[in-house]
Design a protein. Structure first.
Length: 219
């Protein structure tokens, strides 16, 4: 039992040391930024940062104390949680970049990873969804659904996607929809020649070529 315990402790020690040696200043800052100021005040945050720096500099110079092991253990757990959240947040960050191609530069969408909040702003003022134009609401709703639903292999069907959209937005809409990883196929019915550009022209069909008008005589 004593040998097993010693072996396990040595493995945990190696894990802590490996983790600490991989820490950068940016990673320490980003992980601690996730913790609310009410949970970790500025003084404690600085002390923890200084301790992690000193532990990294101490690598290979003896064992960690029990207290240092505890700090390394809990910070490693916090960092792993940060990584899991960050991976999920990539969709929100990509959504913000895409929306800014439409609503910018007068408005800017962004994801605040410290407040876990998706924001649309004009200058320093937050803009609620109710404050957006009908075209902006349509764009936000469409791309948020595609990007954040968690579903895969969307088949997007849109009737008259040009409604409430400027010509510039119409020209890029379908290509941007198709660029979202979850979108596999699109079918759109439109009266606007701006909805499809050169890249999509070969996939476009005029419905009048496939329909005929029949006159019915009564008499």
């Amino acid at each position: 039992m004593q040998r097993v315990t010693h072996s396990r402790a040595a493995g945990e020690m190696s894990s802590y040391q490996s983790f600490i040696s991989s820490l950068s200043e940016t990673r320490i800052r980003d992980v601690l930024a996730r913790v609310d100021d009410q949970e970790l005040n500025a003084s404690t945050r600085k002390s923890l940062t200084d301790l992690l720096r000193s532990l990294k500099q101490k690598q290979g110079r003896g064992r960690l104390t029990r207290a240092q092991e505890q700090v390394a253990f809990y910070f490693q757990m916090l960092a792993e949680t940060h990584d899991r959240i960050s991976n999920r947040e990539k969709a929100l960050q990509n959504l913000a970049k895409l929306l800014n191609q439409y609503i910018g530069p007068s408005k800017q969408a962004s994801y605040d990873s410290t407040r876990y909040k998706f924001i649309i702003r004009v200058g320093d003022l937050d803009v609620p969804l109710s404050g957006l134009s009908s075209g902006e609401k349509q764009i936000v709703s469409l791309f948020a659904t595609l990007s954040l639903s968690g579903w895969e292999n969307h088949f997007v069907v849109i009737d008259e996607p040009e409604l409430s959209l400027s010509v510039l937005w119409q020209e890029r809409l379908l290509e941007d929809i198709h660029s979202v990883p979850a979108c596999q196929n699109i079918m759109a019915v439109t009266h606007s020649p701006f909805i499809y550009g050169e890249k999509l022209a070969r996939f476009t069909r005029d419905l009048s070529d496939h329909t005929s008008l029949t006159t019915v005589s009564h008499g």
